[in-house]
Design a binder for this molecule. Structure first.
Ligand SMILES: Cc1cc2nc3c(=O)[nH]c(=O)nc-3n(C[C@H](O)[C@H](O)[C@H](O)COP(=O)(O)OP(=O)(O)OC[C@H]3O[C@@H](n4cnc5c(N)ncnc54)[C@H](O)[C@@H]3O)c2cc1C
Length: 388
């Protein structure tokens, strides 16, 4: 079986990648092997975000990698996907950090910000000196952001924001929150800086999932935001949804990494484990289960790569992203559960990666649009009728 940088490769996906794409993937794979895998089980167990990884991620150009200015690498979307794939082979929490920084914070500043906002934030974010978070979800329901209650009212030249956001990745560690609020003119985006009076954050603790990632609540109590901190080119809900399309694209790739890690660990275990006089891998039923895992991973790999090629060609549609996020995260969750089971009792230990990936993927299947929401987006594409 051919393997590339930790991924099974039955269909020679390697031959479909350019030399540059392979190099980027291999550099991230090495970083994950050397720096992430040795510490991640402990981080997960202790509910600790490994912030010590940020400088090296920045040095490797993993923060805002598709932007071409501000010290960013100007990579294509397939490279971005491969970065997410390798990071999530380490842990969905590490990938979530990079996704939020790149797709949910640097992307909106670049796409909707003023020149001054871009100059001030993007180089610092690329260097990992400024961390971002993205505040869209509210306590009353994340799937329907159009009903958000967080509001911004004009007072003189400033804005006054009131409300709360919940389940926000990087919230308490962020220097900058990209916050979406309803105004008299519809939804608008604001850059809320750490330590702004009236802005407070609190960690959400006791999670069973994404334990190596910071998840927070954001509170706005008559929080005064200067007019210069409004994103001037973001008007309406389409702006935050466009950020989600970027991040969901990365998740479709990231899920491949989590699934591959689980699959490889299951194969290795089944080679070693001797039961009823034979290694498990020689049993017909075990082979069928492993073959089914590989079938799912392989089809998801091809889906992600074609999605990336469409994105690089500028023709990608958000319903294609929905189908890929839905398919690939479901695939990864199923593969992780299957691998967990094949590992037997040992599979419930934090020493084995499938249970960690499986628990993480319970968040991944919910955030950035739940599985149901993505099914309904594809359903709307088929029927021309929204059934949300
Ligand atoms: C670890 C983690 C990190 C996160 N990070 C961020 C972040 O950085 N920024 C951010 O803004 N948000 C973030 N989120 C929030 C996430 O995007 C939301 O949890 C998600 O959108 C779902 O919203 P909800 O949890 O309020 O569930 P709800 O919207 O209340 O949904 C509950 C259930 O109802 C189902 N449902 C919804 N609508 C329909 C319908 N029309 N028909 C049938 N069923 C339906 C859903 O599929 C789900 O099963 C994060 C979440 C988690 C768990």
């Amino acid at each position: 079986m051919v393997r590339n940088a930790g991924q099974p490769d039955l269909y020679d996906i390697e031959s479909l990648l350019s030399e540059d794409e392979r190099q980027v993937r291999d550099a991230v794979a090495t970083f994950v092997d050397d720096r992430v895998l040795p510490i991640i089980a402990d981080c997960f167990e202790k509910e600790r975000f490994p912030s010590e990884l940020i400088p090296q991620m920045a040095e490797l150009g993993l923060l805002g990698p598709t932007l071409s200015d501000y010290g960013c690498a100007g990579l294509n979307s397939v490279c971005y996907g491969l970065i997410m794939q390798e990071l999530e082979r380490g842990d969905s929490g590490v990938r979530s950090f990079a996704s939020v920084q790149s797709s949910l914070c640097m992307f909106p500043v670049d796409a909707y910000g003023s020149d001054e906002q871009k100059q001030r934030w993007l180089p610092e974010m690329a260097r990992g000196n400024a961390i971002g978070c993205f505040g869209l979800t509210e306590p009353d329901g994340g799937s329907d952001p159009g009903t958000m209650k967080t509001n911004a009212r004009k007072r003189g030249d400033d804005w006054v924001v009131n409300g709360a956001k919940m389940w926000i990745t990087n919230g308490t560690v962020a220097d900058l929150a990209v916050v979406w609020a309803i105004t008299d003119d519809g939804v608008r985006g604001f850059l809320v800086e750490k330590n702004t009076p009236g802005y407070t954050t609190r960690d959400i603790e006791h999670k069973f999932s994404l334990r190596a990632s910071v998840t927070s609540e954001l509170f706005f109590d008559n929080c005064k935001i200067p007019a210069a901190n409004q994103l001037p080119n973001a008007a309406g809900l389409g702006a935050p949804l466009s950020c989600l399309t970027q991040a969901r694209y990365g998740i479709a790739w990231g899920a491949l990494g989590a699934a591959s890690a689980c699959y490889q660990e299951a194969v290795e275990f089944c080679r070693q484990r001797v039961l009823f006089g034979k290694p498990l891998i020689e049993k017909q039923h075990v082979q069928i289960r492993l073959a089914d895992m590989l079938r799912r991973i392989t089809t998801a790999q091809l889906l992600a790569l074609q999605l990336g090629r469409l994105k690089d060609a500028g023709t990608m549609h958000h319903s294609q992203v929905s189908l890929a996020k839905w398919n690939n995260v479901r695939m990864a969750l199923d593969v992780a559960r299957e691998a967990r089971d094949l590992l037997g009792a040992g599979g419930i230990s934090v020493e084995c990666s499938p249970i960690r990936h499986m628990l993480n993927l319970e968040s991944v299947i919910t955030y950035e649009g739940t599985e149901t929401i993505h099914q309904l987006i594809v359903g709307r594409e088929i029927s021309d009728k929204a059934a949300f």
